[in-house]
Design a protein. Sequence first.
Length: 350
Amino acid sequence: MIKTDILIIGAGPTGLFTVFEAGLLKLKCHLIDSLPMPGGQCAEIYPKKPIYDIPSHPEILAGDLIKNLEAQIAPFQPGYTLGEHAVSIEKTEDDQFVVTTDQGTQHQAPVVAIAGGLGTFEPRKPPLENLEFFETKGVNYIIKDPEYYRNKKIVIAGGGDSALDWTIFLEPIASSVTLVHRRNEFRGALDSVDKVQELKNAGRIHLITPAEVTALKGKDKLEGITITREVATEDLVCDAFIPLFGLTPKLGPIANWGLEIEKNAIKVDNSLDYQTNIPGIYAIGDVNTYPGKLKLILCGFHEATLMCQSAFKRIYPEKRNVLKYTTVSGVSGFDGSQKQAAKSTIKSID
């Protein structure tokens, strides 16, 4: 039985930052994640994708954000159960929670923080003949390493942020980039739409709208595609086809834990601490929902901070916190030997 103060389900950015905020309160954390490494989507799906809305970082790669978070929480020595799914939860008579994974690993804590992002994901696939045959042979739904596409002829399909962002990012890497969308209008950020239009006007990418990819060609690997525009079709030679129609999220076993669910997200009370309908169980980051919710990493960081304050009060109801700043006191690990400069608040415990 692994025992801890806060059991965090999900080791993405929000889950990792929770360790930092809990550590400032001298609370020990243990994380469970189905992936074999910390980082969530940032590590598994788009480690090389730039992120622009992290304070103090005009631009940071998702993978680098995870490395920085791991360095930030290192003084607090979190525990990890990786490569295992949290499948069940039980409450004991002494007000503790026991969470068991699909591998039978049991964890016990007075507080559980669900930071599972959007859950597990399955890509939305276009209805194309022989699509499965070409998967990993030229067709990919997730871009893990942009260098794989260097000097290749790429076709991207989609009209959202991912399609726009990767079109912009891969343009200087690939030998050619073609973006195909079934509508003339895009769903992504206006700034990204403008950048794609600028690249098209400069002749640096091909933009084909309204149109759809309707066939894949090749023997042992992808060699080309067919694009249909109204009734006309054209064949295009390419090395890679990347359909980016989004990912379908699933909560998995967590959906059966008695939590209040709304549109595949966990409802929480955002007036105070992001607690669920079950006292002692919190949901933070993209996995939760409440009026005005924004699914942004920086919002998850804020939610983690307030959640940890509530968790401390639940674990130590007789103690109180006094506001201090890490710019003055620094950050010390549990053994008191490690120091780290960080500009955020620290609560000293009376």
